[in-house]
Design a protein around this ligand. Structure first.
Ligand code: SF4
Ligand code: SF4
Length: 195
């Protein structure tokens, strides 16, 4: 008996929302695994990048809101670069985080949310990342006070960690400020529309 699986029929509203937000078509993926093989953070993800797409193909996308994987994704786009079908798992992960935020769903590991907030906070303040502030505020607010502290002397000695922020130009700061304002506006519009 021949079994024909029509992926589109398996997908529901959630999967369609992810596709609309990300601009990606899950059915394009043929599960070669290249994205997972190149992903620098896949080892920490309980559902690997190619499996994330598989969940969407099979209509189990809403389960992805209950795992840490979308929040672990670093948006480096290695997956997209390596994908022979041009599928951006990065964009899908981004869409999943957007939906989670719109629905008020938090990742199982709350430290991921703390890290994201502190990361965006430093970028907003200085218009670029200030690692020392990120590490200090993350350690304080997550309660992991001595997290990675043993690495601090080496990083300072090698000049990898600056003690003072390197602020961007006035033009750059204005541009970053504008991005934050646009994103906040888009998020509130989507929430109002229930997207
Ligand atoms: S690299 Fe592309 S085609 Fe291959 S599993 Fe990942 S998303 Fe699918
Ligand atoms: S964008 Fe995310 S999923 Fe893709 S390779 Fe980078 S960390 Fe992995």
């Amino acid at each position: 008996m021949e079994l024909t699986l029509e992926l589109k029929r398996l997908q529901g509203d959630f999967e369609r929302q992810v596709e609309a937000l990300s601009g990606q078509v899950a059915a394009e993926c043929y599960q070669c695994g290249n994205c997972t093989a190149g992903c620098p953070t896949a080892y920490e993800m309980e559902i690997k990048p190619n499996r994330v797409i598989r969940y969407l193909q099979l209509g189990h996308g809403s389960r992805l809101l209950k795992v840490n994987a979308p929040w672990i994704c670093a948006s480096c786009e290695t997956c997209y670069t390596r994908c022979p079908k041009g599928v951006s798992v990065a964009a899908v992960m981004d869409a999943l985080r957007q939906i989670a935020r719109m629905r008020g769903v938090k990742p199982p590991n709350r430290d991921l949310l703390t890290f994201e907030r502190r990361f965006l906070g430093t970028v907003r303040m200085h218009s670029r990342l200030f690692e020392a502030q990120l590490a200090a505020t993350y350690n304080l607010t997550s309660g992991h006070f001595f997290n990675s502290m043993t690495k601090l002397p080496g990083l300072l000695f090698k000049g990898k960690l600056k003690l003072f922020p390197q602020r961007g130009t006035k033009k750059g700061r204005e541009a970053v400020k504008g991005i934050y304002e646009r994103v906040l506006g888009m998020e509130s519009n989507k929430t109002e529309r229930g997207v």
